[in-house]
Design a protein. Sequence first.
Lengths: 200, 133
Amino acid sequence: MELRVILDVNVWVANYLGAVRGRAGTTSQRIADAVFAGHCRLGPIKPLISPAMLDTLQGVLEENGLTGPEAEFARNAVEATTLDADSLHVVLGGGVQPMKDAEDAAILDLALAGRVHLLVTNNIADFRPGPRADIDAHVVRLDRNRKADVVLFRHPSLPEGLVITTSYAAAAWLLDGVRPPSGILTAFCMSASDADEPAA
Amino acid sequence: MPGMTMSFVADPELVERLKEIARSDGVSQSQAAARAAALGALLPSAARRNVRLLLAEDGTDVQNRLAVLLSRAVAQVSNEMLQKRLVERSPVDLGPEEAIAEEAVRAVAKYRRAHQEQPALPTQVPVAAPKGA
């Protein structure tokens, strides 16, 4: 089973902004590398991204150290990771989730349409249940600052819910072998454990 | 770019596809054909021999799978090339990486605010108040 993932635009931006700052191997870059490679410790990864997110990515990169052709090249690279026959759906309308930010609402709609398992963001504040996000979600875990860093968004079309988390938590699970909290991405953790078992 | 002319015989389906690519990419049909040929010519002989058999396979499942994997490979190498180019021309920032992630969040928010202030098209959903407003 493939892990269907959305990287928020700010994670893709941080991937390239890290390079603009002369850095390699930052958390956002490591996650992006795994998405480009198409696999992680939990198995194959299938990324999804909407045309609106791609527009934002290209626009932000143009304003932050990349030339126009470089920003377009980055956009095309990211888009090419998603070119899979059954992921080529466009979410029309969008923004029906009760979120303060219309583009964040559209990301949730994309997650629903694409039956996404995991949304990774550098700005989880936008998705914590509260005034900004009046959504059916509950906090799974708090970070050391007592702020939510793992949120489970529930919706009838997502039987296991959508896990929303930070790039740091996602890197720990997807790349470093740290187990997610109990009840999170369980199916993938089981298959990863099976793969680690020596052959009988 | 100076080049040489080469003609070839192709099945009508491929010709239609090349015409479609030329239209969507804004290049001539011969440029579209030359680029496609250049990608195939990169492959070593064993892979080229199998490509011939894969393209002859009935049905589209095999070809779709090939397209997905090729597309992913192009994406991965593109990202590596761009990252390398950006790193090479940039002084290393030794600050905490969290600062880069936060800068990315601010840059996206600033971009969205600037674009939300533009008049909405009739088909767009109502736009929420910008963050921090």
